[in-house]
Design a protein around this ligand. Structure first.
Ligand code: ATP
Length: 364
């Protein structure tokens, strides 16, 4: 059976007064996936999520959930639940009653509530915390209670708006693993909002990168990292080197780009480019190969190369991060620590090489 779309957005546009913050968004969310809305502050992630949840009406466009048009339905009539950054737990209720709250509203029988809430607290690993007050919990525990409270209603879609933002880095990483486990155990579709590319990369099946109220690119974390389709995407996801140049010749397979100090080759990106057109190359720091200039080049054949000097060396344990000053750009170069401990030193004359297919050609 192929997975089907659980949420479909058609032409979703949102304006607050004169300010349009979402422009004609079309998006399908596949049942059972973790889909992350990622982008800088103010790009419209939260607004889009609130529109899916029903807290915000669209200005134009339709929201379909499980095949039904819910555009005009209030939040409590949509098969979704939302977990907020600041948990929104009831301070006058203990953990058990916070989780049971929604089920009591639905007038479930007491025994059934007890069983389901206990199971849910087990799922978020708070089995012994039912009698605790909210103020007696750590941030990570409070976030688990919020998750349990949202999941206890068995929503078809769980919306998570920066749920880990208030937690410190170590707990955040632990909670990401927990979220993945809970996602796997429940099979619920997760829509997750964050501006943190690491969180998005670790957690997501697919990432929707947003910019200025529009979708910039959609793909798996690997696709987005390896094949950014815009400068914005290349810069937003992970470290990258951007080299600006102009097209010297564009063939069906290879484009020749003049960097001002020489010409390099890059695979053609599908669009026909005019000679002289301004373009950029994006090259990940780990895609470079750097050797001492006196040595023969590490890559054979038609590798591209820039000569430079080691400007900075940062030892990070398993990795070493270098800055290589070249006449074009100061390049970031990431190497794994070599077992024999041989590292390049500050001031060394080097050559930075890369295979043509290690770079991505981007137009402006
Ligand atoms: P952040 O990561 O900072 O939460 P975001 O990507 O989630 O940002 P939104 O909160 O969706 O962005 O906001 C998008 C734009 O809409 C912003 O310019 C914001 O100021 C504006 N906006 C959001 N809600 C309202 C509102 N109720 N009234 C007016 N403008 C709003």
């Amino acid at each position: 059976m192929t997975a089907s779309n659980i949420v479909e957005l058609y032409g979703v546009t949102k304006a607050f007064g004169a300010l349009t913050v979402l422009h004609d968004i079309d998006l399908n969310i596949v049942e059972g996936e973790i889909l992350t809305l990622l982008g800088p502050s103010g790009c419209g992630k939260t607004t889009l999520m609130r529109i899916i949840a029903g807290f915000e009406p669209t200005t134009h466009g339709r929201v379909i959930i499980k095949g039904a048009d819910v555009s005009n339905l209030p939040p409590d009539r949509r098969p979704v639940n939302m977990v907020f950054q600041r948990y929104a737990l009831f301070p006058h209720l203990d953990v058990f009653d916070n989780v049971a709250f929604g089920l009591r509203l639905k007038k479930w029988p007491k025994d059934r509530i007890r069983e389901v809430v206990r199971n849910m607290l087990q799922l978020v690993q708070l089995g012994d915390y039912g009698n605790r007050w909210i103020h007696e919990l750590s941030g990570g525990q409070a976030q688990r209670v919020a998750l349990a409270r949202a999941l206890v209603n068995s929503p078809s879609v769980l919306l998570l708006d920066e749920p880990l933002a208030a937690l410190d880095l170590k707990i955040r990483h632990h909670m990401l693993a927990e979220l993945k486990r809970i996602h796997q155990e429940t099979g619920t579709t997760f829509i997750y909002v964050t501006h943190d590319q690491d969180e998005a990369t670790i957690l997501s099946d697919r990432i929707v990168l947003m910019n200025g109220g529009r979708i910039e690119q959609i793909g798996t974390p690997e696709e987005m990292y390896a094949h950014p389709r815009s400068l914005f995407c290349a810069r937003f996801l992970g470290e990258t080197n951007i080299l600006d140049g102009a097209v010297r010749a564009c063939e069906s397979e290879v484009t020749y780009v003049d960097l001002g100090t020489g010409t390099v080759k890059v695979p053609t990106n599908g669009t026909a480019l005019a000679v002289g057109q301004k373009v950029s190359l994006a090259i990940r720091p780990e895609a470079l190969q750097v050797c001492r200039r006196a040595q023969p080049a590490a890559t054979e054949g038609d590798a591209n190369a820039l000569e430079g000097t080691v400007e900075d060396v940062v030892f990070m344990g398993s990795r070493v991060l270098y800055s290589i000053r070249t006449p074009v750009e100061t390049l970031k170069y990431q190497a794994t620590r070599s077992v024999d401990g041989v590292m390049l030193a500050q001031g060394e004359e080097v050559r930075a090489c890369w295979r043509p297919e290690a770079a991505v050609l981007l137009t402006h």
